[in-house]
Design a protein around this ligand. Structure first.
Ligand code: ATP
Ligand code: MG
Length: 332
């Protein structure tokens, strides 16, 4: 079966609706027809400072959430990035193939370093898209399910793959991004022109999957809406309302045009109240399932151990090819 690969950073206690609707839900769906590799990106997490104890805990919470949302370890390899050293090893080789100016053009570095200034950002944060290219290329996937914010990194990944293939020998498959337009960029509830983000959103702007459902309902009801009163999908004029319609539509399966009809003549308050109920119904069982899984640490570590074994088998083989082609002497 063709492969898919994607990762998520353990940079918060909980994933949020942007992660879920933008990426993770596609992970679950793609299990049907593909051979998936999904990893928890702890190497990426340390590009900004992390408390070691918290990081370790968040990795396990991430694994529990992935299982709770429907990732099936019988079909998908779920693993922790740092347990497969080939990621860091290929990352180095690719860094040596990346132009400094090319890395500089990555807008996510500009965004993420803007707050404290570039000088305060780590070199790891600067080169993280190159490590991400290694994460992907090691598994030779056909598709990489991600949100819109990762599109530029996928382009870099393809460029690096092509460069390596051209300079040495065809080694890597050029992966395609798998980005669903409707949910590719879920916005911050308080700042609907920015994306909802684990590390950049204010607590009120982000709906966390593991929040107390009542708190999530309250956040939805307090979401920033737009001037006017008509409930209409228009990302230019009405980014706040459009975002709520997007989330509503994605969670219920009702097309946005049907929602517009259903809410015709009604106010923003009605939309928020109904969406809050939809969200509560969705997160309540998810949260229970995650907490149950977190109680079963033996099961979690078994899943992660098996996932790492499957990842090793594929990644180590690719890295061997790369090392040989680059001209490294094989250990005797
Ligand atoms: P951080 O702020 O630490 O970067 P994040 O919220 O951006 O966290 P990531 O772990 O970087 O989350 O990304 C995991 C996946 O979720 C990626 O595929 C990313 O494209 C997707 N994603 C993140 N935020 C959104 C969003 N607001 N809308 C759609 N997809 C998103
Ligand atoms: Mg991110």
């Amino acid at each position: 079966r063709p492969r898919v690969l994607s990762g998520i950073q353990p940079t918060a206690d909980s994933f949020h609706f942007g992660n879920y609707l933008g990426a993770l839900r596609q992970w679950v769906d793609l299990q049907e027809d593909y051979q998936p590799f999904f990893f928890i990106a702890d190497l990426h997490a340390i590009t900004v400072e992390q408390d070691p104890k918290v990081l370790r805990e968040r990795c396990l919470r991430a694994a529990a959430q992935l299982l709770a949302m429907g990732i099936d370890p019988a079909r998908s390899a779920i693993f922790i990035q740092s347990q497969v050293p080939a990621h860091a090893q290929l990352g180095w080789v690719l860094q040596c193939l990346t132009g400094f100016g090319e890395a500089r053009r990555m807008t996510q570095f500009k965004d993420k370093s803007a707050k404290n200034g570039e000088g305060a950002a780590s070199v790891g944060l600067f080169t993280y898209p190159v490590l991400q290219a290694a994460d992907i290329l090691l598994y030779r996937p056909h598709f990489v399910p991600v949100g819109e914010d990762q599109r530029q990194h996928l382009e870099l990944t393809r460029d690096l793959a092509q460069r390596f293939n051209h300079r040495y020998k065809k080694t890597f498959r050029l992966p395609e991004p798998y980005i669903l337009k409707a949910t590719a960029k879920i916005a911050d509830l308080q700042d609907p022109t920015s994306k909802m983000s684990k590390s950049a959103s204010s607590p009120a702007g982000i709906v966390e999957m593991l929040d107390d459902p009542r708190a999530s309902a309250k956040k939805i009801r307090s979401a920033v809406t737009d001037s006017g009163s008509e409930i209409r999908f228009d990302t230019e004029e009405k980014p706040g309302v459009s975002n709520l319609l997007t989330i509503y539509s994605a969670l219920t399966g009702s097309p946005v045009t049907e929602l517009e009809e259903a809410f015709a003549g009604r106010g923003y308050g009605d939309l928020k109240k109904e969406l809050a109920e939809v969200v509560v119904d969705f997160v309540t069982p998810f949260r229970e399932r995650t907490l149950e899984l977190l109680d079963d640490q033996a099961y979690l570590s078994d899943v992660l151990r098996r996932g790492a074994e499957q990842a090793h088998a594929v990644a180590d083989a690719t890295l061997r090819d790369v090392y040989q082609r680059v001209g490294f002497v094989a250990a005797g």
